[in-house]
Design a protein around this ligand. Structure first.
Ligand code: P71
Length: 461
């Protein structure tokens, strides 16, 4: 029998009306936005699936906590509350807040790069992580299992490192040239795909052999822990808090965009297990970048809400419903034949647009074409994760070809109902049926870094 989907373990206390638009209006809005949904006004979006980052709903406990924010510039009570929570969850010794994930990256990554140490190896770098690696003068190399690129075939842990390749890369580049191993959990760019505990343990062994640091990029570490509980032998009876703790034991540094599994609208974490020198360097460097080390770009009230949210994300009833919502949307699309990354991951359904629009070449951005069509169809805003996002080779300036051309339907936490997801499925299925009419896009304006945020495009004639 097919597994059912659980009802939400919460009820609605406050609502935010959303606007319904006509197709004619949406055609005009998208043109004005340079065919880039990042430039749409959110008011003109009916169901916003651009990201799950900072877009979730806070609980009444979090709203109540906001009132307790201590806005002192230095030594805020809210900082100490957040520090206690973070240390309890991770077991690490040192903590500095940052305004969000990339704030943490811009402080920590440059400390790890030297003239000699100039490569990071990751299962898959997220785009801002890659950008900060490159801004620090280093190079980012991905090393994920091949199964991740075969969207149609089931594999329980498509976020896993390719362990042979990891060893080979370290040998090839020379261990003394590796600045660190970045473990992205879940692996966002390949579909929110989990990394198994066994795989992370093997990465730790390799890191120990070559005396390398492991940086956990754990924006969605709680979702990863839940997948380990569900899919990996020996973890069924462990709580996701315990699994997460075991995961943190394998790392040296934990960087978190707390806008995801922190269930807050803003926030980032820099957490260091034992390296006091690195901690002191970060404490010094964060002042001109993010702010004094007891606020790091956050208000006292942000830190309060985050301290509560971090614990709520480890509640298994919450997590089951969250992952059921994603599975619900994935199942609907699959039943209609829409190609998706299978199985679905933690925070989104990733639609395989290489298969939907094989007639559009990578440098005319097939997934962006599908994304735009979904907006026109029903006012839903997905996001492209493919060659448009990947950008250009920093050495040759050539457009890079992404191995996957994906459209991400990202589900904000505790925000939409199953019925909203029905509307999403219907729109995507309609675009899929009409796929032969999709056309590619070219640049009208292309910024030099992280181009997908602000670029303007036009349809290819
Ligand atoms: C996501 C984001 C943020 C985003 C990206 C593109 C469009 C819209 C929003 C951010 C991450 C992430 C991982 C694994 C670091 C960051 C940066 N993800 N690591 O998926 O997923 O964190 O956004 O807080 O700066 O939508 P930050």
């Amino acid at each position: 029998m097919k597994q059912d989907y659980v009802a939400p373990p919460y009820r609605i206390k406050m609502v935010e009306p959303i606007k319904i638009t006509t197709r004619g209006q949406r055609v005009k809005f998208l043109k004005e936005a340079g065919y880039n949904p990042f430039s749409l006004r959110s008011e003109d979006v009916y169901i916003d699936l651009l990201t799950d980052s900072g877009t979730g709903a806070m609980s009444h406990h979090q709203w109540a906590a906001l009132m307790q924010g201590d806005e002192a510039y230095a030594g805020s009570r809210s900082f100490y509350k957040l520090e206690k929570t973070v240390k309890e969850i991770t077991g690490y010794n040192y903590f500095i807040p940052a305004h969000q994930g990339r704030g943490a990256e811009q402080v920590v990554l440059p400390q790890l790069v030297t003239q000699e140490k100039r490569y990071f190896i990751s299962n898959m770098h997220f785009d801002t992580t890659r950008a900060h690696v490159e801004l620090a003068g280093a190079r980012a190399i991905d090393c994920v299992v091949e199964a991740c690129f075969d969207t149609a075939t089931y594999h329980p842990f498509k976020g896993n490192f390719n362990l042979d390749k990891l060893t080979q890369l370290i040998e090839e580049k020379g261990a003394k040239h590796i600045a660190g191993i970045i473990m992205t959990i879940t692996n966002n760019s390949a579909g929110g795909q989990p990394v198994s505990y066994k795989n992370m343990q093997a990465v730790r062994k390799i890191a120990d052999k070559y005396n390398l640091k492991i940086i956990i990029d754990g924006a969605r570490y709680a979702e990863n822990a839940y997948f380990i509980k569900q899919r990996e032998k020996g973890f069924t009876n462990m709580s996701i808090r315990e699994i997460a703790k075991k995961t943190f034991d394998l790392g040296d540094i934990f960087l978190m965009s707390a806008k995801k599994d922190g269930l807050s609208n803003i926030g980032g974490l820099i957490v260091i297990k034992a390296d006091e020198t690195l901690y002191n360097q970060c404490r010094t460097y964060i002042v001109p970048m993010e702010g004094f080390p007891t606020y790091g770009g956050l208000t006292g009230r942000d830190m309060e809400a985050l301290a509560v949210g971090l614990n709520e994300a480890l509640d298994e009833n919450y997590m089951q419903h969250r992952l059921d919502q994603v599975r619900f949307l994935g199942d609907k699309l699959q039943a209609a034949g829409v190609p998706i990354q299978h199985p679905v991951g933690g925070h989104a359904v990733f639609v395989d647009c290489k298969k939907i629009a094989p007639h559009i070449p990578f440098n005319e951005f097939p997934a962006q074409a599908v994304t735009n069509a979904v907006y026109i169809e029903a006012g839903i805003r997905p996001v492209e994760i493919g060659s448009f996002l990947l950008g250009r080779d920093p050495d040759t300036n050539e457009n890079l070809e992404s191995p996957l051309e994906l459209m991400r339907l990202t589900i904000p936490r505790r925000t939409y109902t199953y019925k909203h997801l029905d509307v999403v499925a219907k729109a995507v299925i309609a675009v899929y049926k009409n796929r032969n009419n999709l056309t590619g896009l070219t640049f009208e304006y292309e910024p030099p870094v992280l181009r997908h945020f602000t670029a303007r495009l036009k349809p290819k004639k």
